[in-house]
Design a protein around this ligand. Sequence first.
Ligand SMILES: [Zn+2]
Length: 205
Amino acid sequence: MQNTSEIEELVKLISKLPGLGPKSAKRIVLKLINNRDELVKPLAKTLAEVYKNISRCKICGVLKSSAVDCSYDNCRVIKKKYNQICVVENIADQWSIENSNIFQGYFHILGGTISSAGNKKEDLLINSLVVRVKKDKIDEVILATSATVEGQTTAFYIQDSLKDTNVKITKLAQGLPVGGEIENLDDGTLLSAFKNRSKLNSNSD
Ligand SMILES: [Zn+2]
């Protein structure tokens, strides 16, 4: 092969994606170069647009388009629709819960857990959660962090951060498998974890 450093670079990049190794990355690259106009062109365009326009909201952590303040009025609440905020670790967790149709309310995506990958409390969107709870007069914060040590440590820290508000704080039921990451749970497990969530503080309902 001559002069294929672009191809090698592409294979290297694609194999960094979740679930893909060098072998499947090569298959994908072949498919792409055999479909230049149908795949490569629109993909390059869409990737450039995503890079330019999509970012995480600095307040609530959801993905948003730079053209608008925050997607579906999640944190810039103009007309209050819900009185609950569900707190999750990452966007994949938000998507799992949304897809299961269990929860109707606002989301707050922390961006990790306190001790994972060197994350510090300050790196997570915890201060902005406290601000949202007060500003939007939220009645209940549902902590949907994973059943891992990091997830539970984070939940405890959030509970502590919210102690000066009057909000009711609940946590997903212990039925979650230990080590269970929200994004990997099936809808049934998720549903029962939501239904049987337990109250963590003694604030009024
Ligand atoms: Zn937001």
